[in-house]
Design a protein around this ligand. Structure first.
Ligand code: ADP
Ligand code: MG
Length: 238
């Protein structure tokens, strides 16, 4: 059974339909990558799933519940953005624990959760620093840590590596893959980068103009692209 199910999802801004009938079933623990050229609707689709935008049509089901009209805060999803959006005046520990503190979680439990997330992300020695005392890669790991401590049902990543330089991008990509292996959490990851898509995904969803062109494992897309667009985008030799 699908853990996260998208049925007939559409989104219009004014009278422009940017998401045009998306049907997709995601299994628990899957690493799904939305890939496609700039402007094809990847971020919008992720924001619809996160509840940061209202759908114009369609149904979203998560773990057997209809979440289509639930506010973002009730959906039990955590989103990591491309800009880290850390609180500059707070320490790494405070940044990672902020949401739990707001939710009035017991301080001892908060400390335990943050310590465990910091260990996974190699941030244990940086908990007392502020964001400006960290490298770009470390900041992005803090942003990921903020998501981990909430133990969400689904992780949503929107181009999390695009502000990093090439070397850090590769390294952080490997860390995200490791994180998924360790936590086994259902993940939707948005990128316009074919290499990221093909190396991280269990299944890749290729988007074009707000529609799905093909869904498949990286190998399936590579071996049997559904059409010229997918073949070119994935980089299959012609
Ligand atoms: P991607 O993330 O794939 O680059 P987006 O989801 O950001 O694409 O955008 C898809 C389309 O929707 C683009 O044409 C974009 O201009 C448009 N769009 C996105 N957000 C809004 C908005 N809030 N208002 C109007 N148009 C938007
Ligand atoms: Mg985008």
């Amino acid at each position: 059974m699908a853990y996260l199910q998208l049925q007939g999802i559409e989104k219009e801004f004014g009278n422009v339909r940017v998401i045009r009938g998306i049907d997709l079933e995601i299994r628990q623990g899957e690493f799904i990558v939305f890939v496609g050229p700039s402007g094809c609707g990847k971020s919008t689709l992720l924001r619809l799933i996160a509840g940061l935008e209202e759908t114009s049509a369609g149904t979203l089901m998560l773990d057997g519940r209809d979440i289509t009209h639930q506010p973002s805060s009730k959906r039990d999803l955590a989103m990591v953005f491309q800009s880290y959006a850390l609180y500059p005046h707070m320490s790494v520990f405070e940044n990672m624990s902020f949401a739990l503190k707001l939710a009035k979680v017991d301080p001892a439990i908060i400390k335990d959760k943050v310590d465990r997330a910091a260990k996974i992300l190699n941030l244990t020695n940086y908990l007392e620093r502020t964001p400006k005392e960290l490298s770009g890669g470390q900041r992005q790991r803090v942003a990921i840590g903020r998501a981990i401590v909430r133990a969400p049902k689904v992780f949503l990543f929107d181009e999390p590596l695009s502000n990093l330089d090439a070397a850090l991008r590769g390294q952080t990509r490997i860390e995200i893959a490791k994180l998924h292996r360790d936590l086994g959490a259902t993940t939707i990851y948005v990128t316009h980068d074919q290499v990221e898509a093909m190396t991280l995904a269990d299944r890749v969803v290729v988007l074009r103009d707000g529609q799905i062109e093909q869904v498949g494992t990286p190998l399936e897309l590579y071996d049997r692209p559904a059409n010229q667009f997918v073949a070119q985008f994935i980089g299959t030799p012609q």
